[in-house]
Design a protein around this ligand. Structure first.
Ligand SMILES: C[C@@]1(CC(=O)O)c2cc3[nH]c(cc4nc(cc5[nH]c(cc(n2)[C@H]1CCC(=O)O)[C@@](C)(CC(=O)O)[C@@H]5CCC(=O)O)C(CC(=O)O)=C4CCC(=O)O)c(CCC(=O)O)c3CC(=O)O
Ligand SMILES: NC(=O)C1=CN([C@@H]2O[C@H](COP(=O)(O)OP(=O)(O)OC[C@H]3O[C@@H](n4cnc5c(N)ncnc54)[C@H](O)[C@@H]3O)[C@@H](O)[C@H]2O)C=CC1
Length: 217
């Protein structure tokens, strides 16, 4: 499987099945997409900003649901294999992405798997086991959570530093060296993690060292 980061802004995601798994996927996608969850019951799970639609489509009804909602991705999360099969078939017919929650190991070609993720925005680390061992994905996610501390601030720092070096017409080779040196400096990581400095201060220090201080912002 090839990992990709997909922007779901303004996209629709249809989740079929409103149990705990459907709810988890709905919450995840509703952070970015317009999410509809179709299910005869919803329990007391948290569906985030997803919209719930009370219905229990039979397999033959499934293509109509995709037709009406025109999703970019559909999640098959019912406990009825025939319905999940129909969701996969309908998604394939329409050429839309499909995530099947009730199957690991034997994936359908073209399917997508939802990874475990560690986030420190704008940084995201996604962990997958090729669909084979989700409990391991969850374990590794927990292990990696501390390792990522400060990465979000570092990303902001490097992006701004790169833009400022460009604006000052520093040649690409030097620019690359400066950015690479900063990301490899452990004292910068420690300072960002402990909050003793912020990304702006580091940029100003680097520009001063490069004798590039002054206002070009
Ligand atoms: C293929 C996949 C399809 C998909 O859903 O995309 C899939 C399928 C299945 N999961 C099952 C079980 C569990 N899943 C979890 C947890 C997560 N499962 C997630 C993803 C995926 N699960 C995809 C593969 C990802 C990969 O490549 O590793 C995570 C990472 C993301 C998310 O779902 O948001 C999320 C962790 C989020 C986090 O915490 O960070 C736990 C742990 C727990 O609940 O504590 C258990 C119980 C322990 C166990 O059984 O392993 C079962 C068996 C059901 C049964 O009992 O029959 C199936 C179906 C089957 O195996 O047939
Ligand atoms: N991907 C994952 O992380 C995991 C996947 N699973 C698998 O995913 C499936 C769903 O898991 P849970 O949410 O725990 O199951 P669940 O049984 O609690 O929920 C299934 C939901 O689907 C609904 N449903 C049934 N027929 C439907 C239809 N025709 N149309 C729409 N909704 C319908 C049910 O009313 C129920 O709300 C399970 O069958 C299991 O195999 C289970 C645990 C974790």
């Amino acid at each position: 499987m090839i990992p990709l980061f997909h922007d779901f802004t303004d996209a629709t995601v249809l989740v079929v099945g409103g149990g705990p798994v459907g709810a988890r996927k709905a919450r995840r996608f509703a952070r970015e997409a317009q999410v509809y969850v179709v299910s005869p019951d919803f329990g007391d799970a948290d569906f985030g900003d997803a919209e719930r639609i009370r219905a229990a489509p039979d397999p033959v009804d499934v293509p109509g649901w995709l037709e009406r909602h025109d999703p970019a991705l559909v999640v098959a999360a019912t406990d009825d294999e025939t319905v999940n099969d129909a969701v996969v078939d309908a998604a394939r017919d329409r050429g839309v992405l499909v995530n099947r929650a009730d199957r690991a190991g034997s994936r359908d070609p073209g399917s997508v798997v939802v990874p475990a993720t560690v986030e420190d925005p704008p940084v995201t680390v996604a962990i997958g086991t090729g669909g084979t061992a989700p409990a391991l994905s969850k374990y590794l996610r927990q292990e990696l959570e501390d390792a990522l501390a400060g990465a979000g601030e570092m990303a902001t720092l490097l992006a701004e530093l790169r833009a400022e070096l460009k604006a000052r017409e520093v040649d690409p080779e030097r620019r690359r060296q400066v950015v690479t040196d900063v990301v490899n400096t452990s004292s910068v990581w420690t300072a960002l993690r402990t909050g003793t400095t912020n990304h702006r201060q580091v940029i100003d220090d680097v520009l001063a060292e490069e004798r590039l201080g002054g206002e070009s912002r």
